[in-house]
Design a protein around this ligand. Structure first.
Ligand SMILES: Cc1cc2nc3c(=O)[nH]c(=O)nc-3n(C[C@H](O)[C@H](O)[C@H](O)COP(=O)(O)O)c2cc1C
Length: 218
């Protein structure tokens, strides 16, 4: 018999994240739990390193919920009882958020509960970059920094440290994708201010980079 969590995970896969699409930003729906990340398997690190590359041609096929779960865990999930993450981060201060932009809306990844929080119902994929493929690839990760959490540093250093944090996450995503036969590209070619406005981010939050993930176009 399926648990409630498994049933929700199945629903999530079946509708390709469409369930809370009717939810507006001002009226957030309940978090959608991801299936538990497998946290095992995949190719040996050296094999993944050999396969790592950037790809700019994507199939429109959506990612199954289990793959999305494993991807987000690899990116910046909790990997220890302390709550720390698969990527290192500046001064032990958590400043990075990962938003998941799909055809069915935008979701905020919540690592502590390994869930997706519905954020916007709009398809903003085209706004996540200046290259054509971003509009049709199934998934764009948008890396957003909380500048307000970076106290005791000069404003210019906030961007530096946030970008380094993002780079570690981005490399986790690269290696996971290489291991799983997925395509990805880390992208700085983003109009960050415009994207922040589209996403209605608070003033102190800013976009560092974006990263497209999907299946390679055959
Ligand atoms: C900081 C940074 C920004 C990047 N921005 C873009 C980008 O906007 N668009 C893009 O297609 N590739 C982008 N890339 C990917 C690089 O072009 C790519 O890693 C490089 O050409 C080497 O190719 P490879 O990743 O296949 O080894 C970026 C990479 C980094 C590290």
């Amino acid at each position: 018999m399926m648990t409630r969590r498994q049933a929700q995970a199945g629903m999530l896969a079946g509708v390709a994240l469409a369930a809370p699409a009717s939810v507006a930003l001002a009226q957030p729906a309940a978090p959608v739990p991801l299936p538990p990340a497998r946290g095992e398997g995949g190719q040996p690190l050296t094999a993944a390193l050999k396969l790592r590359r950037s790809t700019r041609a994507y199939s429109e096929r959506p990612l199954p919920a289990q793959v999305l779960s494993d991807l987000l865990w690899a990116a910046f999930g909790v990997n220890r009882p302390s709550g720390d993450r698969t990527a290192p981060y500046w001064r032990h201060v958590m400043v990075m958020d990962i938003y998941v932009a799909t055809a069915d809306g935008v979701w905020l990844y919540e690592p502590k509960t390994h869930a997706l929080l519905p954020y916007m119902k709009d398809d903003i994929r085209a706004a996540t970059g200046l290259q054509d493929f971003v509009a049709t690839a199934p998934l764009n990760l948008v890396y957003v920094a909380h500048g307000e959490r970076m106290t005791d540093v000069f404003a210019e250093d906030r961007n530096l440290y946030a970008c380094v944090d993002t780079g570690f996450i981005g490399q986790n995503v690269y290696l996971f994708c290489a291991s799983e036969g997925l395509a990805t590209v880390f992208r700085g070619s983003v109009d960050g201010a415009k994207l922040a406005a589209t996403m209605k981010l608070p003033d102190q939050q800013f976009v560092t980079f974006a990263q497209t993930v999907g299946y390679p176009r055959s």
